[in-house]
Design a protein around this ligand. Structure first.
Ligand SMILES: Nc1nc2c(ncn2[C@@H]2O[C@H](COP(=O)(O)OP(=O)(O)OP(=O)(O)O)[C@@H](O)[C@H]2O)c(=O)[nH]1
Length: 561
């Protein structure tokens, strides 16, 4: 029977107390009302009703019929408290096909609503906004309030991919907690909306199995049952599966879907899998896979984009909560990006990282909408050093967040998101990574113009040590604080001084300034031994050298202007 069902996963998200659980209950209850009783399968539920999973069935709409399936099952994934929200959702992200964003009509868009919107935008394609608790508005004002709130929400959604989402007013639990009122408002409309928004989800059976376990218990005499969702691949009875966190393999003895025995489950299915006995406390949640399919990684390269609602900065070397696959651990970030000026024909790619390109170090992850004068990167990445190893799939979603932020502070805790592109089990990966890719930093050195030779050349000091090999710097461009541009022509004497040629000649002002200091001994004169940074640069005209320093240069001498 199970194979006559098309399963469609719906995430139920929203701010605390917006009514997610009440809504899930109202919808699931609807499944057993007369309207669905026409179809005997409509009463079937998902095998797990606790932990926020429930389901209801409707007749499969004609537009989705293409084989002998006749039932559309909505599996509702009710995401409860905020603390577990991110983990729960990212865990199920690859199987949530649509998000119901529950908004309390009396409160409107709240902080966590924004976080849910962000997660939804990252993880799923479609959304329906459920405007709950409309019973709390007096009937005579109800329509007007709903319209006002809908207008407001539309404005918020406009810049997102969910701009065209339907907004459905409901009362999932009319009268509130103590009420016995079963006359839900708008739930039938919501089911219609779910039906019209449902689509044939992409499910693939090929590739290794990845099964996300959300509940685990033992049945005496039979074995241990793991319930969860097939994220990738398929699973059959008698298969051997690995439990990476326990480093053991187990044989699948039997499986159940919709409380009926099945021999096979594919991507997107919720299933109970009975394996040979183990202590269920050891695996409350986590991943199960085909043997050897999932690496346990210590460091990774991810693509990274800043979440617009995040108001803090995401700086290189800062620590964030990193959710990868099903685990959340602390990680240290080093950001870098690829720029058109370095790689003119670069096309951003969601799933690949090219070690051969030229990347620029970022002091912090840039907001791609910022309109500063500087060139924006075409794509940004991060090297992530994890504090604890994480077992996860290649191309897993990654979310960086500040979960320790006070949730009452009314700020979005989600900082950036991306995809896992490269990873390593080698704890020294991070150390060896930067030297392997060409990540450069823009550097600037500052010296002073000591005197004029003629109208087209000056002698400068303060950029190099006396032992510096000046050959390396000949031809590099420099800039004077007075605006002239010049080229380093060669060394001057033995103390690190150098001659700069100004092709367009010194300006009248520079000539005057240099004439005024002529003969005066400028204070803090650079000693030949002094390092450039310690040199006094209080001369009348400064000289700047901009260059790129590549992290792969062990001597830190390689420069490129
Ligand atoms: N008046 C009224 N109260 C509602 C409605 N829906 C939910 N409530 C009440 O709102 C409170 C929160 O409802 P829940 O369904 O637990 O909300 P939730 O979003 O699942 O809560 P968390 O999981 O804790 O975030 C409860 O007291 C409900 O009885 C509604 O349509 N009308």
């Amino acid at each position: 029977m199970a194979d006559k069902i098309m399963n469609f996963n719906v995430g139920v998200l929203g701010h605390v107390d917006s009514g997610k659980t009440s809504l899930s209950k109202a919808l699931s209850t609807q499944a057993s009302t007369a309207s669905f009783d026409k179809n005997p399968q409509s009463r079937e539920r998902g095998i797990t009703l606790d932990l926020g999973f429930s389901s209801f069935c409707v007749d499969l709409p004609d537009r989705l019929k293409e084989d002998d399936r006749d039932t559309l099952q909505f599996t509702l994934v009710d995401c409860p408290g905020h603390a577990s929200l991110i983990r729960t959702i990212i865990g199920g992200a690859q199987i949530i096909d649509l998000m119901m964003l529950v908004v309390d009509v009396t409160k409107g868009f709240q902080t966590q609503t924004a976080e849910c919107l962000v997660i939804g935008a990252i993880t799923c394609e479609k959304m329906i906004v459920v405007l709950n608790k409309v019973d709390l508005i007096p009937e005579e004002k109800r329509q007007m309030t709903i319209e006002k709130m809908t207008k407001k929400l539309r404005k918020t959604l406009e810049p997102t991919k969910f701009a065209d989402s339907q907004v459905i007013p409901v009362a999932a639990k009319p009268g509130g907690p103590e009420s016995e009122d079963e006359n839900h408002i708008g739930v039938t409309d919501l089911i219609e909306s779910l039906k019209s928004n449902a689509y044939k989800p992409k499910r693939e059976e090929t590739g290794p199995l990845i099964f996300s376990v959300d509940h685990c218990f033992s049945i005496r005499g039979q074995g241990t049952v793991m319930t969860g969702t097939v994220l990738k691949g398929c699973l059959s009875t008698n298969d051997t599966v690995e439990l990476p966190s326990m480093k053991v393999t187990k044989k699948v003895k039997s499986m159940q879907m919709f409380r009926k025995p099945v021999n096979k489950a594919v991507q997107g299915d919720r299933v109970g899998v009975c394996v040979t006995q183990f202590d269920p406390k050891q695996l409350e949640r986590g991943l199960v896979c085909s043997p050897g399919a999932l690496p346990t990684i210590n460091a990774a390269v991810i693509s990274a984009q800043k979440i617009p609602y995040f108001k803090g900065s995401a700086s290189t070397k800062a620590k964030f909560h990193i959710t990868m696959g099903h685990e959340t651990v602390m990680g240290r970030l080093s950001f870098f990006g690829v720029y058109k000026s370095d790689v003119p024909d670069f096309t951003p790619s969601a799933n690949e990282f090219n070690f051969d390109l030229k990347y620029k170090h970022q002091d912090e992850l840039l907001d791609m909408k910022s309109d500063g004068e500087n060139e924006l990167p075409l794509q940004q990445f991060a090297l992530v050093e994890l504090e604890k190893p994480v077992t996860c799939d290649h191309h897993s979603l990654v979310i960086g967040s500040k979960l320790d932020t006070d949730i009452h502070a009314n700020i979005c805790r989600l900082a950036f998101n991306g995809v896992l592109l490269d990873s390593s089990t080698d704890p020294k990966y991070a150390e060896s990574f930067m030297p392997r890719v060409k990540v450069y930093k823009n550097k600037m050195r500052e010296g002073i113009v000591e005197r004029k030779v003629d109208d087209y050349s000056v002698i400068c000091r303060g950029l190099f040590k006396k032992e510096s090999n000046m050959e390396m710097f000949i031809g590099l461009r420099v800039e004077l604080s007075s605006g002239e541009k010049g080229l380093i022509e060669g060394s001057f004497g033995q103390s690190g001084k150098f001659k700069v040629r100004i092709p367009d000649g010194l300006s009248a002002d520079s000539n005057a300034l240099l004439a005024a200091t002529k003969g005066k001994k400028s204070k803090g004169k650079a000693t030949p031994e002094a390092a450039p940074a310690e040199t006094d640069t209080s001369g009348p005209i400064k000289v700047f050298l901009h260059f790129k320093r590549y992290s792969y240069d062990p001597q830190k001498k390689m420069m490129q202007s």
